[in-house]
Design a protein around this ligand. Sequence first.
Ligand code: NDP
Length: 246
Amino acid sequence: TLPLAGKVAFVTGGSRGIGAAIVRRLAADGANVVFSYAASQAPADELVRSVEAAGGRAQAVRIDSADAAALTAGIDKVAAEFGRLDILVNSAGVLALGTVDQFSLADFDRTLAVNVRAVFVATQAATAHMPQGGRVINIGSTNAERMPFAGGSAYAMSKAALVGLVKGLSRDLGPRGITVNNVQPGPVDTDMNPADGPNADGLRSLMAIPHFGKAADIAGMVAYLAGPDGGYVTGASLTIDGGFGA
Ligand code: NDP
């Protein structure tokens, strides 16, 4: 039997990039996956079709993670429909770049709302339903620990916030047998950070393995944490970055 057979997973930001690879992987491992997206309905629908064609089960829901009430209601609805919720993956994220002299407060607020506040909100909603053995997995960033270029202060701050968040949440939820972790990718080829983009050569020059990761690489680590072998890892931030932070 598949490692996640019978499990129900909710993935935020699953329509594209790393989140989409996580949706594919959790579904391939047997989970019933519901994923959210902010705007990209066509890619979301296409992902559902392709998961179903591969024999898996997925559903897409449009929820802006910055809307706490909508996010909570969406997660409650999944738990009610399926009668359970075992795995939450917080992958939705935004990257706004700009040096401090020009960074807008609107971008600062949006960064915190999506990258941090929504992670807390979704965790609060999902863990209200989670049984023993539940899993919360965030997509942080190696930039929590190393931000080697200008313009990334708010983004780095938002990902560093998750490091502390999972430590505290692991203490809240450990007694219930629920683990809470961050996966911290380095450069991964997505729309957010294309391997052929203007910053790509600079990023590669900072890596021990000088090429971008694939979204599926990140999904592999998420699958480990979500699966039966991952149950003793909690409060941890696990970096998967080709040596960007080495
Ligand atoms: P993409 O920009 O390629 O995709 C972002 C995904 O998140 C999309 O599915 C998007 O939905 C969704 N999303 C964005 N904002 C919201 C929102 N407010 N509400 C709901 N969904 C939202 O990003 P990546 O795949 O590259 O990044 C995924 C995560 O990985 C992020 O947290 C990012 O910070 C992190 N990360 C990425 C790295 C990289 O090099 N790519 C490196 C380290 C970390 P829609 O399609 O509707 O816009």
